[in-house]
Design a protein around this ligand. Structure first.
Ligand SMILES: [Zn+2]
Length: 62
């Protein structure tokens, strides 16, 4: 797993890649971004996490 995932506070973080074309469509570039697979929100600060899973983190059931 990429380092960015291991150190993340969000357990549902997923890295997505999208291809963006430039203005004239002559060049493509791959844009990586992180999303929370649980909340389906973009994670702007992958190191921090989505900011919601951390809040919702529940204590063990025991
Ligand atoms: Zn999350």
């Amino acid at each position: 797993m990429p380092e960015i995932v291991r150190q993340n506070a969000c357990p549902h973080l997923a890295l997505e890649a999208s291809i963006r074309r430039s203005f004239l469509g002559l060049r493509e570039r791959v844009v990586l971004y992180a999303v929370c697979a649980k909340h389906l929100t973009e994670v702007r600060e992958p190191v921090v996490g989505c900011g919601r899973c951390h809040e919702a983190r529940l204590p063990p059931n025991t």
